[in-house]
Design a protein around this ligand. Structure first.
Ligand code: NAD
Length: 328
């Protein structure tokens, strides 16, 4: 049985708790949060030990795995400390805020037995799995173009003004791109293959009064097989629209919209290939509902072996983001 702890008991943590409790190889033994009220509620709910100091928790609970669900600026420090104690880590995205921090994590991993998994759960979505099959099997020929749109709504008064860490470079490391759009940017590069060009920019179009970071971005990609990619994203839309993607192959088109993946036939008719949104899931559907699969894959790596999303897999998205220029 794997002894598991969680650091950070805010919004995303409920999905981690859900997955840990359902996993037969895992036992939730302790949680940590600096907010005493949150900590109290969480320890009562899950009947586990509670800590305000994460260093104390990871050095005294003999943990096999720790989940990091804290603000972005804390990820690197917490990962490096846990890995240094040979504790395996599941961290929320972004794994780190920049490539310099990535080097420190790489170094910690090289000197440890521990493994690191990153929550890019959308790669496990049923629709992403089918997209990947079409790319790998070349059923419609080679991929020649890929685009993704993230048009979401963050109410600046409630989402940014009330948060201590969001909307600031020092603590969030950026906003739309590194926080919300990172999943779709990752899917574009994961499906597109080796990158040969990234040219993009970010800007603050709507929330200047509230944040110093970006609320909007656009990116152009080129891949080594000649395929092209486009990305547009904003947090300043009127609602949280489901992410849209298009995969253009030599002999056909796949469309991802409303949480479903369609094959577009010669007459423009849509045939559903897969769907993501499942009723009754913990968390928000538009986040992507595959945390449980991602966490299970990591736990399975200890018991039976298998793949999971590690630092190398997760770092290309950070590399892309670090190449974007400020547009205003
Ligand atoms: N994968 C996804 O789709 C997804 C969705 C939402 C959020 N996230 C990620 O999850 C992480 C957390 O986001 P959130 O929305 O849950 O934030 P949040 O602000 O709701 O929760 C963060 C929690 O961490 C606690 N915390 C802060 N500093 C701490 C410290 N030093 N030690 C222990 N606890 C500390 C806070 O008190 C808070 O309870 C971020 O990295 C975010 O990008 C991922």
């Amino acid at each position: 049985m794997l002894r598991v702890g969680v650091i950070g008991c805010g919004a995303i943590s409920v999905i981690h708790f859900d997955a840990i409790l359902k996993n037969q190889d895992a036992q939730l033994v302790s949680v940590c949060d600096i907010n005493l009220e949150v900590l109290d509620k969480t320890t009562s709910k899950y009947s586990c030990n509670g800590y305000v100091d994460y260093s104390e928790m990871i050095s005294s609970e003999s943990l096999d795995v720790v989940h990091i669900c804290t603000p972005h600026y804390l990820h690197k420090e917490m990962i490096v400390k846990a890995i240094g104690l040979n504790i395996n880590v599941v961290t929320e995205k972004p794994v780190v805020m920049n490539m310099l921090e990535a080097q420190e994590v790489e170094c910690a991993l090289a000197n440890s037995e521990a493994k690191l998994a990153v929550s890019f759960q959308n790669r496990y979505n049923p629709t992403s799995v089918v997209m990947r099959e079409y790319v790998d099997n070349e059923v419609l020929g080679q991929l020649v173009g890929i685009k993704g749109f993230v048009t979401w709504q963050r109410e600046p008064e409630s989402y940014y003004a009330n948060s201590e860490w969001r909307g600031k470079y020092a603590t969030e490391g950026g906003s739309l791109v590194i926080n919300q759009a990172i999943h779709t940017i990752d899917l574009i590069q994961w499906l597109g293959g080796e990158l040969t060009k990234v040219d993009g920019s970010y800007s603050t179009k709507a929330f200047q009064e509230y944040i110093e970071t970006d609320d909007t971005a656009e990116i152009y990609f080129e891949f080594s097989n000649g395929a092209k990619g486009l990305f547009y994203g904003t947090n300043a839309y009127s609602t949280n629209s489901p992410v849209e993607m298009e995969l253009h192959f030599e002999k056909g088109l796949l469309k991802y919209m409303l949480g479903k993946l369609f094959l577009v036939d010669q007459e423009g008719e849509l045939k559903e290939l897969a769907r993501d949104f499942l009723p009754g899931k913990t968390g928000k559907n538009y986040w992507g509902a595959s945390h449980e699969k991602a966490i299970n894959a990591f736990y399975q790596a200890f018991t039976a072996g298998g793949d999971y999303i590690d630092l190398v897999e997760s770092i290309t998205a950070i590399d892309i983001i670090s190449q974007l220029k400020k547009a205003n």
